[in-house]
Every structure is written in structure tokens, then in C-alpha cells.
Design a protein around this ligand. Structure first.
Ligand code: CA
Length: 233
């Protein structure tokens, strides 16, 4: 397992469940690869480490438990286990084998998406070290201190709303990476299913009015037409 990827690997042998899970995760802005059995899952895992694994425990050929054990020997990629087993002992066994969370069938796909987000949020937080948060990031006339949630433009403190700050900080933390509106909704609002993507456009306009010298010709946050936005460091 070498190359880390941004895809979520869904391992599920029931086609309907696999399709629905894949559909909901895709709509939530994730790249998804779905496989129907354990041996194909291991083939995928031999060449890439996914962002997260949604793993059914009862699988043909190679059992989900076996996959869980093998993955944990090599990687701490987040794993959410799907289980039809209602017995608490089985769920506990899954967690003891290294799963990050479990969900019992039948489940609502929206619930699964929420769990995925929560697990990634927990994982994602540890990537931003405390020291990074206290550091002041400077980009020309723009300075950001995440720990203090302070934004300074041309030596003047700028008053951003919580969402405007989160939006800016997400872009700044991933310089040059293009985010689609649905990805921004997903990561800043966390409820992409229920919020109009136009919300992002409105917040982006206000954010630019506050941090850009000329909001119609932005220097910090670029619009990538037809795709989304990115931060120019
Ligand atoms: Ca199954």
C-alpha cells in the first residue's frame, strides 16, 4: 500500500446497497470506488491507500474481518464497518480490530454520509497541528492567524463571519487546490444535501469584498470557471 488517494473505497457485495452508498457519497462531493468482493478490495488496496474505507463485514471470497486485519497491518486509513450483525459482541470485535466506526444494516445513506464526515473530521483535525494554528500565515497584504481566527488586510483587522473564516481557512490550508461549490458546502457547512450551492457564491462574494482590494479582480481567491475556487498563495 503506497499511494494515498482521495477516493473512498466502498466494499459491499449487495449491489443495491453499494450503489446507494456510492450515490450518496458522490453527491456529498467524494470520489468513490465501489467493489463487490474481498479479493478485488485487496487488489485495489495493494496499489492505493484510500481516503477512507466503507467495509461490509460479510463478503464472499475474503471476509471483511480479514481485510480489516490486513489493512491495519499497513495503514491507519479510517474504516467504517457495515454490519448486519446486531450482536454487540460483533460490533465491539470490529472496533477492536481497528475500525473507526460501525453502522448496522439497514441504515439510512444520509446517516452513513454523516458518519463518514465525522470520521474524516476527526482524522483531519490531527493533520493541523496546534503550532500551525498559532502561526500567522502571510500572503502579501493578507495575514491569517487560525488560532485567534484573526484576519488582517493591509494592517487592518477584518471582521469575518464564522463561515467566511472557515471558507477562507479551508482554501488557505490547501493552496492551489480547486474546490467545487459542493465540496465547499460539504466541508464548511457539512450539510450539502439541504443547502443551496448558491450559498457558497454569496459567502464567497462577501469574503472577497472584505479581503480583496478589487473584488471583481480577486488576487487571493481565484474563480476556476465551471469548476469552483482556489487560493493563490
Ligand atoms: Ca454482505
Amino acid at each position: 500500500m503506497n499511494n494515498s488517494s482521495s477516493r473512498i473505497l466502498v466494499v459491499e457485495d449487495e449491489p443495491n446497497v453499494g450503489e446507494v452508498v456510492s450515490l450518496y457519497l458522490t453527491r456529498a462531493g467524494y470520489d468513490v470506488i465501489t467493489v463487490n468482493d474481498g479479493s478485488t478490495a485487496l487488489e485495489v488496496l495493494a496499489s492505493e491507500i484510500p481516503l477512507l474505507i466503507v467495509l461490509d463485514l460479510m463478503l464472499p471470497h475474503v471476509d471483511g474481518r480479514e481485510i480489516l486485519t490486513q489493512v491495519r497491518n499497513h495503514s491507519n486509513v479510517p474504516i467504517i464497518v457495515l454490519t448486519a450483525l446486531r450482536e454487540e459482541s460483533d460490533r465491539i470485535a470490529g472496533l477492536e480490530m481497528g475500525a473507526d466506526d460501525y453502522i448496522t444494516k439497514p441504515f439510512s445513506p444520509q446517516e452513513l454520509v454523516s458518519r463518514v464526515k465525522a470520521v474524516l473530521r476527526r482524522g483531519g483535525q490531527s493533520q493541523v497541528e496546534e503550532t500551525d494554528l498559532m502561526q500567522t500565515l502571510a500572503f502579501g497584504n493578507l495575514q491569517i492567524n487560525a488560532g485567534m481566527r484573526l484576519v488582517v488586510v493591509n494592517q487592518k483587522e477584518v471582521d469575518l463571519t464564522a463561515k467566511e473564516f472557515d471558507l477562507l481557512f479551508l482554501l488557505v490550508r490547501n493552496p492551489k487546490k480547486v474546490f467545487s461549490r459542493s465540496q465547499l458546502l460539504e466541508q464548511v457547512w457539512g450539510l450539502s444535501e439541504f443547502i443551496d450551492p448558491g450559498t457558497v457564491t454569496v459567502h464567497m462574494r462577501r469574503l472577497r469584498e472584505k479581503i480583496e482590494k478589487d473584488p471583481s479582480n480577486p488576487q487571493h481567491i481565484e474563480t476556476v470557471w465551471g469548476v469552483g475556487y482556489r487560493f493563490k498563495p
